[in-house]
Design a protein around this ligand. Sequence first.
Ligand code: DQA
Length: 145
Amino acid sequence: MTKTIYILNGPNLNLLGKRQPEIYGHDTLEDVAKNCAALGAEFGLETDLHQSNFEGGIVELIHEAREKAAGIIINPGAYTHTSVAILDALNTFEGPVFEVHISNVHKRESFRHHSYVSLRADGVMAGFGVQGYELALRRMAVLLG
Ligand code: DQA
């Protein structure tokens, strides 16, 4: 059976491509979905990308992933730096979890340097632009292959 990877995105990432393009670039979340779907297909992985502006929405998507996904790639946006609830939800998931940040959070304001999600993530990509999602997916394919 084809394995599914959930690609989860937090607040404001629906505006990717329009929001601060000097930091986050011009690609949209739809571009990310298309590129990941094409790359996943090369590895026999299905990708399912979701976005929510709500903390609880992301928690519920992680619960859904428990039933439907073999791995999670997550960019929690600003909730990265604040959300124990998202960390707790990820701790209920048994497969690999990769954290992605489009920008290099370590080069930015100090409040972006701490991530609750990193306490669970098996790997972190930061500062590789939207390509970070694809790099995480490549690693996912190795781990789940
Ligand atoms: C982000 C970095 C976060 O600090 C920020 O709040 C975001 C996006 C990134 O992809 O670089 O919304 O996760």
